[in-house]
Write a new protein. Structure first.
Length: 265
């Protein structure tokens, strides 16, 4: 079957998940696509998390005055157009130049919150500078509590509306695509390097002129020579604290007086 081209008025209504996968594969190198698309080990949890939504069906009701229809909601004391938020994803600059800024502006335009990942490629102060954006900051609990404290204090100075603590990544996941796609951390296999040559658009957007972007909010955690993707990958995983528990949340509550959200429970 010939694939339909999506232009103009039919673009938004025609796209589905298969179309989005096709667009992503067409644009991105394989190892970048799998970074976003893949999960840990045999990906049973990933498959479950996707399939569980198939259990939900809309139950139509008639004669109940369904006009006007509104999806506005209040989240943590603020009004938003939709009951959703753009969650934290790391290394967005590997997908598109200034990827975090593009997502944040899209969230602002949609009237929903944006959550910046602590392993982002954009400085947190650039995010909070976007006028009209509800900006939340995601953090991990690292073994170095002084760094966690310094990041929280920086969030307060930057003016974030809330802190989002990721609770379900105390142990770094075993992502088997790493084994398939890389010779060693962040060093793609020969096959992936050859495939990269078929993506000149991505290379011009992401790699030119300075190579892969670096993590902009981990300066106090990473040595100067480890702030690139390869170096950070060797440090961040071992730095995640597997002892994370409610006592740590109580400690954080004392450090951060603002809105506090626990993600992953």
């Amino acid at each position: 079957m010939k694939r339909q081209r999506y232009t103009g008025s039919n673009y938004k209504k025609a796209l589905n998940i298969e179309d989005l996968e096709h667009i992503a594969k067409r644009r991105l190198p394989n190892f970048v696509f799998e970074y976003v698309y893949g999960g840990s080990d045999d990906e049973h949890t990933l498959a479950h998390n996707r399939s569980v939504f198939d259990r939900y069906l809309f139950e139509p009701k008639t004669m109940t005055r369904v006009d006007p229809r509104k999806l506005e909601t209040s989240l943590f004391g603020q009004e938003h157009r939709l009951p959703v938020a753009i969650g934290p994803t790391g290394f967005n600059g590997m997908l598109s130049r200034d990827g975090d800024l593009k997502l944040a502006r899209a969230a602002r335009d949609a009237g929903i919150p944006f959550v910046l990942s602590s392993v982002s490629t954009t400085r947190m102060e650039e995010i909070t500078a976007i006028e009209g954006l509800t900006a939340w900051m995601q953090i991990y609990f690292y073994r170095d509590r002084n760094f966690v404290r310094s990041m929280i204090e920086r969030c307060a100075r930057a003016g974030f509306d809330a802190i989002v603590v990721t609770t379900d990544s105390a142990i770094y996941g075993n992502r088997e695509w790493d084994v398939r796609n890389f010779r060693r951390p962040l060093k793609p296999s020969t096959a992936n390097l050859l495939h990269l040559l078929t993506k000149p658009g991505w290379m011009a957007d992401v790699l030119w002129p300075d190579g892969l972007p670096t993590f902009k909010n981990l300066d106090d955690l990473l040595p100067p020579d480890k702030r690139n993707a390869q170096g950070a990958s060797q440090i961040i995983g071992p730095q995640l604290d597997p002892t994370l528990n409610w006592d740590d949340i109580a400690w954080l509550r004392d450090v951060w007086p603002g809105k506090l959200i626990l993600k992953g429970i």
